[in-house]
Design a binder for this molecule. Structure first.
Ligand code: BGC
Length: 263
């Protein structure tokens, strides 16, 4: 296998913000600033392309006090909330429908004038969490769930990713698309308390436990900042741990996959 680059740029396209920075892939840490642009309303392709380009220019304009010299030659990894099959975005749950079946990797590579690795956002977060997050998560089989605008999932076995699991869209207990019933955004929109929310999450985690028997679940996404408050309310036998990298997991994971030349 080709050697991974030490430094890479990671960009995380999310429901509200597009965030990115330069990542030290050996330490799993951001160097310099974490830059952010608002996600354009509707997340149409041309608007997202323009926002990513602006963001990349800001990331590259930084003066970094490290050994990284040529920021414009670093590998780039981008993650986004869609199934990504060999560079093509295949779904569009919370982005414009025109992304479905679109060769997004070629578009980004052309817009940024650089080779790009493109992956699903939860997959990127999962890879980063398993490598640099909670130590327990590094062993065996790990199911990372990002609770945010939607529910994303990443299935990692001994550090290797099985991409595009999309377990947030599971049908369960009469709910055709479970993320529309139990994501963090739904909790916020409906103004329900943690006990009510976790009563929705418990059957979901139990189902995943039944299907995958993971050694551990990791809860990622913005909400993981206060995960210790609600994790005890989720009724499942498998241990659940909060993500350690919090909001930077997607950026770091995208950079890691970019550095390794993920296709
Ligand atoms: C999308 C996934 C994504 C998740 C989290 C879901 O709606 O289908 O691809 O990983 O949201 O953003």
């Amino acid at each position: 296998m080709a050697k991974s680059a030490r430094y890479a740029i990671g960009i995380d396209i999310g429901g509200t913000g597009i965030k990115g920075g330069v990542v030290d892939c050996k330490k799993g840490k951001l160097l310099g600033k974490r830059c952010k642009e608002a996600t354009p309303q509707g997340a149409a392709i041309a608007d997202v392309r323009a926002a990513v380009l602006t963001l990349l220019e800001r990331i590259r304009a930084q003066e970094l006090d490290t050994k990284v010299s040529a920021l414009d030659t670093l590998p780039i990894g981008i993650c986004m909330p869609a199934v990504i099959r060999h560079g093509r975005s295949m779904t569009a749950a919370n982005i414009a429908p025109e992304w479905v079946g679109f060769d997004a990797r070629s578009m980004f590579a052309q817009a940024l004038s650089a080779p790009v690795s493109l992956v699903n956002d939860a997959d990127a977060a999962g890879v980063a969490e398993v490598k640099f997050g909670n130590a327990d998560a590094a062993k065996g089989s790990v199911l990372v769930l990002t609770l945010g605008t939607g529910i994303g999932s990443a299935l990692v076995y001994r550090g290797d990713l099985f991409p595009n699991t999309e377990l947030g869209h599971m049908e369960l207990d009469g709910h055709a698309d479970y993320e529309r019933y139990a994501s963090a955004k739904v909790r916020e929109r409906e103004g329900i308390d943690d006990a009510t929310w976790c009563a929705r999450l418990s059957p979901y985690f139990r189902k995943l436990e039944e299907l995958f028997s993971p050694d551990v679940f990791v809860i990622s996404g913005g909400i993981s900042k206060r995960a210790t408050e609600f994790i005890p309310l989720i009724d499942v036998n498998t241990p659940i741990v909060p993500a350690k990298l919090k909001n930077n997991a997607g950026i770091i994971g995208a950079a890691l996959l970019g550095a390794s030349g993920w296709e």
